[in-house]
Design a protein around this ligand. Structure first.
Ligand code: GDP
Length: 472
């Protein structure tokens, strides 16, 4: 279950008071920050282990104080729709002093139809219960109403208890959001153009004494998967599985990129791996084909370690005072030292492989074994990052911050607007964003949000998959 509790109700029944009471906040962030529109406000209720949402701002356009009943009804419907889609439990707030209105009836009807778990909260029962008639509330057909006073905190603890009764207490062991965790063997594979050194790197791993290879390679589907162990920087042993994409034993060269891709696909290698090593050639620089291959991994939202192989050649050339004879199309020019060459190579990776935000870059050599350990350590690190949980409130704060800092572009007169976001998985990271319209999110802005979140949650090298749900 998603442990999201959403408050709905028509305006002025005390939704934001109730939200602040449950979130233990004194001031209402809705009204106390003029000029800031918050469609949906969220708070992580730590002792209850759930996320609480107030939808009160959703569905209103501009800050028109005199809305027609039709506009109010539309906004309420948007809010209830949203709640039905996101919530595990809905708190439907009505005003105990004023009594029921037509809008309350409309909301109740929608909620009854949804078959969602609804807790009916009769607010403003401040002191005198006689003033609050529960008979009316019962007639809504949403079960037993709970009388509270958000203003004075009356029945607060009952309400908290009732919420936990409905959604269940906090699970002792946090359920894993992905099929695996970082404790399972880490599946890696090498991808890259022919001749960049994938087989040599694989052989380097399997030959090395820090790796224990079992005699009989296991097979996963039709890909060969070779188990080995690696002693990490902290001295800990990490179980690995190398998924063979290039034919470690056979060394057969494939004739064309098309053939390579079809082989790759048939092996399903990328799908099965946790971390992908994208191998580049130190002399060739980043080519169009490298970009296309990197795109395959990014499509699957797999974390990537970029390995610039054959670094020994570059090193030797500089040692001998020779030019490493960089390919003319490689976009690495005017270097005067190994360090300079490395810097310029890195720059060309940032420029051409910009869609892999924060991916670690390792300059290595299959031939000499240079930095092969570092390569594996980078994979261990990425694998650990994949366990990250993004707290809902921080996630929403970050998205609000990013959209305020650089607002989305207007597409056909309308901008993308994110109402509420929620992490729905790891491996790969999945974030569900409830928004106005999916098609308003441009690819460029999607990348901006992804990079911003990667930065805020330190998810370097791990792509994020956004699942958009349009609500306008
Ligand atoms: P694959 O097609 O990507 O699997 O590439 P291979 O591993 O078959 O390597 C292609 C060629 O590059 C072979 O001749 C290797 O010996 C050579 N090679 C691979 N890695 C290195 C390296 O780190 N340094 C040097 N100098 N040559 C390498």
């Amino acid at each position: 279950m998603n442990r999201t509790v959403v408050i709905v109700g028509r305006p002025n029944v005390g939704k934001s008071r109730l939200f602040n009471r449950l979130a233990r906040k004194r001031i209402s962030i809705v009204h106390d920050q003029p000029g800031v529109t918050r469609d949906v406000i969220s708070a992580d209720i730590e002792d209850g282990g759930y996320t609480l949402l107030d939808t009160g701002g959703l569905g209103f356009k501009g800050d028109d104080g005199n809305l027609s009943l039709a506009a109010l009804t539309r906004a309420s419907e948007t809010q209830v729709d949203f709640a039905i889609e996101t919530a595990q439990l809905i708190l439907f707030v009505i005003d105990g002093l004023e009594g029921l209105t037509a809008l309350d009836m409309t909301i109740a009807r929608m909620l009854r139809k949804s078959k969602k778990d609804v807790l009916l909260v009769v607010n403003k029962a401040d002191f005198d219960d006689d003033k609050v008639d529960l008979a009316e509330a019962y007639r809504l057909g949403l079960g037993e109403p709970l009388r509270v006073s958000a203003e004075h905190g009356r029945s607060e603890s009952y309400l908290r208890e009732e919420i936990l009764k409905r959604i269940g207490t906090v699970p002792e062991v946090e359920e894993a959001t992905g099929p695996k965790t970082s404790a399972d063997p880490l599946c890696v594979c090498f991808i890259g153009r022919p001749n960049v050194g994938k087989s040599s790197l694989s052989n380097r791993l399997l030959r090395s004494d820090r790796l224990i290879v079992s005699d009989v390679p296991g097979t996963t589907r039709d890909a060969i998967s070779l188990p080995f162990e690696f002693k990490g920087r902290n001295g800990k042993m990490y179980p690995f599985r190398l998924i063979d994409t290039a034919g470690i034993k056979t060394q057969t060269k494939l004739a064309s990129p098309v053939e390579y891709f079809s082989r790759l696909r048939s092996l399903d290698a990328i799908k099965e791996t946790d971390v992908v090593f994208l191998v580049l050639d130190a002399i060739d620089g980043v080519t169009q084909q490298d970009k296309a291959i990197a795109g395959e991994a990014v499509k699957e939202r797999k974390p990537i370690v970029i390995v610039v192989n054959k670094w020994d050649v570059v090193r030797d050339a500089f040692k001998k005072g020779e030019d490493p004879n960089c390919a003319p199309e490689a976009a690495i020019h005017g270097f005067d030292s190994e360090r300079d060459y490395r810097k310029k190579y890195e720059r060309s990776i940032f420029d051409s492989l910009f869609f892999t935000p924060g991916a670690p870059v390792i300059f290595a050599s299959a031939m000499s074994g240079y930095e092969v350990d570092r390569m594996l350590n980078a994979a261990v690190q990425l694998n650990r990052i994949l366990d990250t949980k993004m707290p809902t409130a921080k996630l929403n704060k970050t998205i609000n911050y990013l959209t305020e800092r650089t607002p989305p572009p207007a597409i056909g007169g309308k901008r993308f607007r994110a109402y509420y976001a929620l992490q729905t998985g790891n491996r790969p990271f999945r974030i569900k964003i409830f928004c106005n319209r999916e098609e308003k999110l441009t690819e460029q802005y999607r990348r901006y949000l992804e990079a911003g979140l990667v930065d805020a949650f330190e998810l370097n090298g791990c792509p994020i998959y956004f699942e958009l749900v349009g609500k306008e």
